[in-house]
Design a protein around this ligand. Structure first.
Ligand SMILES: [Zn+2]
Length: 366
């Protein structure tokens, strides 16, 4: 059957079937005996539909906002001139003879916007109560606010630029030496992230170098017999392995202890924690793997967060070449001189051959 377009509808037209989505519903201030719906078709055009407010309960059971329908036996009437919400000459008058057949899986848009510019606002005014010369927006019963609606153009732009790296906000990060880092007040800790050029001098094995999380939730899993078990989800076959490396770090001014978290360790090692444990066979959380020990003495640019309990955590890190005198000059050099750690990579590949690949189900030794 011929499908009508909303943009073609004229007052007095016969009601050929119309496929629409119901965008919203409101009660107009001006007319107490009416309820309004906004219908949109596949072409993105919109039209107001009016029902008798006495029939609200009847239509409440038939018309669901956001659903799509094929509608027949509606009337095409001239639009009201006062506070019309869409620029259409026609409105639909819907009575009990109208039929609504629900359409499933329709591509009809879920939003309708009729954008205007600030300069065009004056021409939209129906009542000229302009006293101050300043335009003011007032809400009506038809006003809706859409927060973060999906905008197709935004997706096009996002796809166009998705090969670009996530922006880094160096301006918010303050470059410091370890001596300066240790003097930072609690008040400063709250607001600023820091970068620091330093080297790992030691990796401690009094704390485990990784932990495992439940794949169903974010709780830690614990060894039980030969399994890793979540307190809520039982045995977890493929837990998420996360680096958490306690290290001593030094620069020419001072030294301190820092905790290197998963993202930081993964980027400087170029090996995920899961691969380190499962593929490279470093299953004992108390024995520091050689690739980690090989990081000692290599200058790195550390992105640091200071926790309230005094922990200095490294959430991002990259290696740098060279030995500039001050941390600021190296901070500037860092992006162009970032490199992967060839040495530790080779060692890992050597070990890869030495270890037989084991299943992911592991026992963590205590
Ligand atoms: Zn769990």
């Amino acid at each position: 059957m011929h499908q009508k377009q909303i943009s073609d509808i004229q007052p007095g037209d016969t009601s050929t079937p119309l496929n629409v989505r119901v965008i919203r519903k409101w009660r107009p201030h001006s007319k107490n005996n009416e309820m309004c719906y906004l219908f949109v078709d596949i072409h993105g055009d919109a039209i107001e539909a009016i029902i008798d407010s006495n029939e609200e309960n009847y239509f409440h059971n038939i018309i669901t906002v956001h659903s799509c329908y094929t509608i027949t036996k509606y009337l095409c009437i001239p639009s009201r001139t006062y506070m019309a919400v869409v620029p259409h000459t026609t409105s639909l008058k819907i009575g009990k003879r109208a039929t609504f057949e629900e359409l499933l899986h329709s591509d009809i848009p879920t939003y309708y916007f009729n954008f205007t510019s600030y300069n065009a606002l004056k021409s939209h005014m129906n009542i000229h109560k302009l006293l101050t010369g300043t335009l003011q927006l007032e809400s009506t019963s038809a006003t809706t606010i859409s927060i973060n609606p999906p905008i197709p153009d935004i997706n096009v732009f996002a796809n166009k630029f998705k090969h670009l790296k996530t922006p880094t906000f160096h301006s918010q990060e303050k470059s410091v030496t370890i001596e300066e880092l240790l003097k930072i007040t609690i008040e400063e800790r709250k607001h600023t992230q820091f970068t620091c050029l330093a080297t790992i001098t030691n990796i401690f094995n009094y704390r485990t170098w990784y932990y495992a999380l439940c794949s169903e939730c974010t709780k830690k899993v614990y060894p039980e017999e030969h399994n890793l078990v979540c307190e809520d989800h039982g045995t977890i076959i493929e837990p998420k392995y996360m680096y958490c490396v306690n290290a001593a770090v030094a620069d020419e001014t001072s030294s301190t202890n820092m905790v290197f978290f998963n993202e930081a360790m993964t980027s400087i090692l170029n090996i995920s924690c899961a691969d380190m444990v499962i593929i490279h066979g470093h299953t004992d959380p108390k024995i520091i793997p050689t690739p980690l020990l090989s990081l000692r003495g290599i200058p790195m640019n550390l992105h640091i967060t200071l926790k309230k309990d005094g922990t200095i955590s490294v959430h991002k890190a990259n290696q740098t070449i060279g030995n500039a005198k001050t941390s600021t000059s190296l901070e500037m050099d860092a992006p162009s001189t970032t490199m992967t750690l060839t040495k530790s990579k080779k060692q890992v590949q050597h070990q890869k051959g030495a270890f037989i690949q084991k299943p992911s189900k592991k026992k963590i030794k205590r």
